[in-house]
Write a protein that binds this ligand. Structure first.
Ligand code: DX5
Ligand code: ZN
Length: 221
């Protein structure tokens, strides 16, 4: 596991009428991954991209695709996202009755397996399955929308999760998703985070590429 702290811009905040332009900006930037938010209007009260749009986007992305499924019955789409070239596929623990089986299916399809937790879901819910998880995505906002305020209780969850992973001598990555900016990035990394997702902070900036570069430099200095 590399010690580099990773930045994953969320395309949910990109200009949907000019996706190729924004994807190219991320390709050329210091970003490490693309974060792709998939919403079904059922698990969360919003719908993001459908399959034709995701396929078109995936043709342009030149960095690892980190796909965050905010959908019910995610098992139905594991192979679809593997075929699209997803590198990390994250399912919500709240949407998986048989989480262990879902994780095995994701890995069998050749992807890294991620598990996302809503803000109210305790990290202890993963303590017996942590060795099977490549990435835990801690939601620091309620999933469904970009541009929301960061929930402060996340710091404590990061510390607790870090302890669970370290006690198992594991290499599971901790990703933080929602309301991330230069205001909380350093504290999140200090608490034990490895990957920061940033949507509106990056794409609403006047200079998104410099914003990514500065964020990456801030957490890797
Ligand atoms: C929220 C999504 C996030 C979102 C982050 O449901 O999972 O990835 O795009 O956006 P910001 O950084 O604007 O909170
Ligand atoms: Zn997300």
């Amino acid at each position: 596991m590399s010690d580099k702290k990773l930045i994953a811009p969320s395309l949910l905040a990109a200009d949907f009428s000019n996706l190729a332009h924004d994807i190219e900006m991320v390709n050329k930037s210091d970003a490490d991954w693309f974060h792709l938010d998939i919403m079904d209007g059922v698990f969360v009260p919003n719908i993001s991209f459908g399959m034709p749009v995701i396929k078109a986007m995936a043709k342009h992305t030149k960095k690892p695709l980190d796909v965050h499924l905010m959908i019910v019955e995610p098992d139905r789409y594991i192979q679809t996202f593997a075929d699209l070239g997803a590198n990390v596929l994250t399912v919500h623990v709240e949407a998986c009755t048989h989480l262990h089986r879902s994780l095995q299916s994701i890995k069998a399809a050749g992807m890294k397996a991620g598990v996302a937790l809503n803000p109210h879901t305790p990290v202890a819910s993963l303590s017996h399955i942590i060795e099977d998880i490549d990435l835990v995505c801690l939601m620091s906002v309620n999933p469904g929308f970009g541009g929301q305020s960061f929930i402060e209780a996340t710091y404590e969850k990061v510390c607790e999760l870090r302890n669970i992973i370290d006690e198992n001598k594991g290499s599971t990555l901790i990703e933080i998703d929602g309301g991330v900016s230069d205001q909380n990035a350093s504290q999140l990394i200090a608490a034990g985070a490895d990957v920061l997702v940033a949507g509106s902070y990056v794409f609403s900036a006047t200079e998104p590429a410099s914003t990514i570069a500065n964020l990456s430099a801030q957490v890797n200095s």
